[in-house]
Design a protein around this ligand. Sequence first.
Ligand code: SF4
Ligand code: SF4
Length: 469
Amino acid sequence: MQNDDVTGDPRIAPTDFENENRRPFLHNLLCLTSVSSVVQPKRAILLTMQATTQQPTAFHLMTKPRGAICNLDCKYCYFLSKEALYPGSKFRMSDNLLEEYIRQYIEAQQVNDINFAWQGGEPTLMGLDFFKQAVRYQQKHRRPGMRITNALQTNAVTLDDDWCEFFAANDFLLGVSLDGPADAHDYYRVDKGGNPTFHKVMTGIRLLQKHNAEYNILTTVHAANEGQGTRVYKFLRDEVGTKFMQFIPIVERDNDTGYQEGDQVTDRSITAAGYGQFLIDMYEEWVRHDVGKVFVQIFDIALAAWTGAPPGLCIFDETCGLALAMEHNGDVFSCDHYVEPDYKLGNIMDVPLSEIVVMDEQVAFGQAKHDTLPQYCLDCEVKFVCNGGCPKNRFIETPDGEPGLNYLCAGYRAFFNHVRPTMNFMAGELAQRHPPANVMLEMARYDAELERAFAAAGRNDPCPCGSGL
Ligand code: SF4
Ligand code: SF4
C-alpha cells in the first residue's frame, strides 16, 4: 500500500473535490483486502518507503487481539481456519503485549498521523475495557503533535449504546460487514447456529448512526449477490444510508489448508466476469447521480490512477509488503491474507516491529508483486491502474500459458476499460481544478442525446447505442 501522503497533511478524495475535508478520504483508505467479519481498515495511502534508506516512513499493521475467534460463522471467511495455528490458546491479547505493541507501533512510524487497525475474528469480543485501555496507552506513548486514530472492522452484532458512544467519543472509524439486502447478506453470513444475522447487523448500524459514530460498509461480492450490483448499491445508499462503501471480491481457494494454495475456487466465489459486471453496474448508477456524494473505494482508486497518482491501495499498487498482520500473541505475518507458517516474520516481543517490517523476506514479498507479473500484464492497457491485482489471486494462466495471472483479470479489465471515458473526463476536470462531479452533467447530456437518437431511429437503422448492431 503506497502513496505519497506520508506527511499526514489533510487530503481529499479525488471525487470529493467540493467538500474539502479529509474524512471521506480516510474512509476510502480502508483496505480492500478484507473479507468476512475480518477487518481491514486502513490508511493505504500512508504507506511508502524512503527511497534512499528503504526504511518505511509508515506502514500498516492489522492487529487481531482475539485472533480468529468470532461470534459468527460466515461460510466464506478466510480467517476462521487460522484458529488451528494456535492450538490451546485463549486467543486474547495480554495487557502487557497491548502496551508493547502500541509503544512499538508508534515508535516505528515516522509520520505524525497514525492509525491503529483492529480486526479479527471479531475484535469487539475483547470487550470495551480492552479498547479503553488501548486508547489510554496510545495517549501515554504518543509523541507531541501526533494525531492518533483507530479503525475497527466489525460484524456489528455485538454493538450497543456503550460501544457506539465510545467509538464516537474516541474518533474510531468502523468498518461494518454487510453484503446487501437480507437475502444476499444472510446467504453466507450466519451465526454459529446457522441463523441469519442481517437484522442484528442493521440494528448495530442504526446504533452507530444514532451516536454519529463514523462507519463505512464493507460488502463482499460472491456467488449469492453476483448480478446484483445495482440493487446492492441502491440498497446501501438509499436504505442503509451510507456514503462510504467498499466491495471485496470473494475468491476462496478450494483446499483443506486454508492457505493460498491450489488453483480451484469454491462455488461461493465470484466469477471474474461477474465481479467486473457488478462494478460496472454500480458505476453506471454512481457516475450519473452520486459523484462527490457517495464514495466507493475502487472508483476513487481508479480516478487517482487516471490522474497519474499511484492507485493508493496495495492490491493495485506496483509493489506491496507494507500492510502486515499481527496475531493475538504478537506474531507478525507478511499480510492479512498470508497468515501462514511460511509467512511468519517474527514476534514483536522478540524482534522490534521496526526491524520486522524491513526484513529481507518482507521486502522481497512486496517486490515480488511487481517482479512476478506475467508479460500479459506488462503489455496490458490498464496495467497503470491494475498492476496485476493481489498476488493471492494470481493462480491462473495467461492465454499463452504463462502462470501468475490474476483470477479476476477478466473482471478488472472489463471494468477499467468501461470507465475509461468518464475517468478521462473527471481527470481532465481535476487538472483544471474543476469538480469531477461535472461528469454527471455530461452523462445527462449523453443520455438525453441517446434517447433522442433512439426516438429518431428507423426500424432498420443501426442501433444508436453505437454497438453497430
Ligand atoms: S498480498 Fe500484497 S497486495 Fe495482496 S493484500 Fe497482501 S499486501 Fe495487499
Ligand atoms: S487487467 Fe488483467 S492483464 Fe491487465 S494488469 Fe490486470 S490482471 Fe494483468
